[in-house]
Design a protein around this ligand. Structure first.
Ligand code: 5GP
Ligand code: MG
Length: 280
């Protein structure tokens, strides 16, 4: 189920305000708007039509991954059509979550020697952890939930919704699941090294959509748990697989191989339990 969070009207009003603010700030200049694909497309399309200074429009597609440096590394899928050297660049993105992607993107753009670089995100997720980058222009702050619509996807769907909604858990329950067969439950637990939880969360964010898209994945729920002092110390995956074969394929997948490699340095211990239903 998707619960409406920002209506089409609220979005339109806010985009108009952002456009006016940006136009004022760039008075007398020409702006190069770079839409970060795919999520920022609808927002960037609306935004440029509310900007009154001359605009160059370009697009850039990349995803970030985390390594041992403080911000993420960038995986560039498609680059710019025109050079931004000496240009006033405005990077436009759909949502600022951990901020790793945008921070890495800004770094990447700095190397191209623009005369200025600012960022504009439609949503900024309210998180307890500090972010490596703050957007110069923000549409709305939003609670820490999974949002879809207005460019934002869930497994590449819902980007075309004209409003922004919060994805609620029931989605999975609408799927037809044959409970009579050999479903398998798995609990995977890791004890995380001090100060590594942020890196774990960034990796988990990349992993979860890939796992959920696997054939035979019924649920794949990431959770953390605190120790006695309230520090985030443990990370759990609660998983349900349609069959033993689905679980086997999952464990052999390339993204799980990458995950195992990536978390090696970040965790102290790890345990995976495949549960046997008690049949009650
Ligand atoms: P960050 O690097 O800031 O954690 O992640 C930013 C990217 O993750 C966004 O550009 C977006 O593609 C994706 N993302 C983060 N949170 C959400 C969300 O709640 N919904 C959707 N659909 N995508 C999100
Ligand atoms: Mg994005």
């Amino acid at each position: 189920m998707i619960r409406v969070r920002f209506t089409q009207q609220e979005i339109a009003r806010r985009v108009r305000e952002l456009g006016e603010e940006i136009s004022k700030d760039y008075q007398g200049k020409t702006l190069t708007v770079v839409a970060l694909l795919n999520g920022a497309l609808p927002f960037a399309a609306d935004l440029i039509r509310n900007i009154s200074v001359p605009v160059y429009l370009d697009t850039f597609a990349a995803s970030s991954y985390v390594d041992d440096s403080s911000c993420g590394k960038l995986n560039v899928r498609s680059s710019l059509k025109n050079s931004v050297e000496g240009k006033d660049v405005l990077l436009v993105d759909d949502i600022l979550d951990t901020g790793f992607s945008l921070a890495a993107t800004v770094e990447h753009f700095r190397k191209m020697n623009p005369s200025g670089i600012r960022t504009c995100v439609f949503l900024d997720k309210i998180l307890r952890t500090p972010k490596p980058v703050k957007a110069d222009y923000t549409g709305f702050p939003v609670e820490n939930a999974y949002v879809v619509g207005y460019g934002l996807d869930s497994r590449e769907l819902y980007r075309n919704l004209p409003f922004i909604g919060i994805m609620e858990k029931e989605e999975k329950e609408n799927q037809i699941i044959d409970r009579s067969t050999k479903m398998i439950h798995v609990v995977a637990e890791m004890e995380i090294r001090k100060d590594c939880m942020k890196k774990i969360l960034a990796l988990v964010k990349e992993l979860v959509p890939l796992v959920r898209a696997e054939k035979g994945c019924i649920q794949y729920e990431p959770n953390f748990a605190v120790d006695d002092e309230g520090h985030e110390k443990y990370f759990f995956f609660v998983e349900t697989w349609e069959s033993e074969e689905a679980l086997k394929n999952h464990l052999a997948s390339p993204h799980m191989a990458k995950w195992r490699e990536d978390v090696k340095e970040l965790r102290l211990t790890s345990r995976v339990k495949v549960l046997s239903p008690a049949g009650i």
